[in-house]
Design a protein around this ligand. Structure first.
Ligand code: HEC
Length: 147
């Protein structure tokens, strides 16, 4: 089992081993490295990495959106966008389609919109080259970190 266990968790798992085979079997039955990592306090790591990746990927947004201030570009500012009502930035000239969409920018909504703006809100005036689901969720992680 030592071959599949990341170094920092080794001690922990060995501990479980000495507690008894049953516990080890249960632990391994859950089967996931993720669980082992969570138990070792490795959980926050992916988030920080996602934010760092998202920051780089945000070059896809910055030509049209300000990310760090609430000023308008070609698009509305993205600072504070999480939780905002779609079309809700005061004074920005949104498409009727986005204003009427009824969306609130929860993280999942935001991630699907930036993967396929026209698919999610037909008639939006936002155009963007395609992003993978991973890229979209990294960008959303970054936007959340700005709020
Ligand atoms: C080519 C310019 C352009 C690029 C690049 C672009 N956007 Fe947009 N974005 C817009 C425009 C224009 C709107 C307003 C759309 C409308 O009114 O239908 C918009 C709207 C939005 C909205 C809705 C905001 C609100 O207040 O309702 C979000 C969220 C958004 N963009 C996120 C992003 C993200 C994240 C990226 C980068 C991955 C990105 N956009 C890239 C032009 C762009």
């Amino acid at each position: 089992m030592h071959t599949v266990v990341p170094a920092p968790c080794d001690g922990l798992l060995t501990g479980y081993f000495y507690l008894g085979q049953t516990v080890v079997r249960k632990f391994l039955a859950f089967g996931t490295l993720g669980l082992a990592l969570a138990a070792c306090g490795g959980e926050p790591e992916p988030d920080r990495q996602a934010v760092a990746r998202g920051e780089k990927l945000a070059v896809n947004c910055s030509p049209c959106h300000s990310l760090k201030s609430r000023s308008e570009g070609i698009g509305p500012p993205l600072l504070g966008v999480i939780g905002r009502k779609a079309g809700g930035y005061p004074g920005y000239d949104y498409s009727p389609a986005l204003k009427a969409s009824g969306i609130s920018w929860a993280p999942e909504q935001l991630a699907s919109f930036i993967q396929n703006p026209v698919g999610v809100v037909p008639g939006t005036k936002m155009a963007l080259s395609p992003l993978s689901p991973q890229e979209a969720s990294d960008i959303v992680a970054y936007l959340r970190s700005l709020d």
